[in-house]
Design a protein around this ligand. Structure first.
Ligand code: SF4
Length: 174
């Protein structure tokens, strides 16, 4: 049980909540659920040229149990779907999901395949959608910053309620 557990954080004063959210948004351990070519783009974005670590994003969490953020990058097949759900369930709260690329968003080029899940949001809740096939590294950086803004504004009293912003979408061509 941590201070960010649902119920406790809504009781802390607003300035303290700002500091807690500020700390959480800049220390995101990432679990990369790489399923196809988009996973390479994710790895490229963590390298020195684009370097998402400077945003406070720490790649390659040892396991989902140590991760705050899951990035689903690649084609989700129906056979893989139970594993995606299971690993998401293993992540501790508070947890976030970025859907990275057309395949993960909606099935992408394989949308009419009998064995492809038509979007990872059919399995788990998604916070940020990043379009593209594959998306550019800049789009992932944009998506991370959108997620960080969302975490910074997070009010745990309304998390999961209709007032809570369900998801963000990165504009095409970022
Ligand atoms: S969106 Fe395009 S690049 Fe990404 S996994 Fe699908 S086919 Fe590959």
């Amino acid at each position: 049980m941590g201070v960010t557990d649902l119920g406790m954080i809504s009781q802390v004063p607003k300035p303290m909540r700002f500091i807690l959210n500020w700390g959480r948004r800049y220390s995101l351990w990432v679990f990369n659920f790489g399923l196809a070519c988009c996973a390479i783009e994710f790895i490229a974005t963590s390298m020195s040229r684009h370097d998402f670590i400077r945003l406070g994003v720490i790649p390659f969490a040892p396991s989902p149990r140590q991760a705050d953020l899951m990035v689903v990058s690649g084609t989700v097949t129906d056979k893989m779907a139970p594993a995606v759900q299971r690993l998401y369930e293993q992540m501790p709260e508070p947890k976030y999901v970025i859907s990275f690329g057309a395949c993960s968003n909606c099935g992408g080029p394989y949308w009419d395949s009998y064995c492809v899940t038509k979007g990872v949001d059919q399995l788990i809740p998604v916070d940020v959608y990043i379009p593209g096939c594959p998306p550019r590294p800049e789009a992932l950086l944009h998506g991370i910053m959108k997620l960080q803004a969302k975490i910074g504004d997070e009010d745990w009293a309304t998390r999961g309620s209709p007032e809570y912003p369900a998801f963000e979408r990165v504009p095409d061509g970022s």
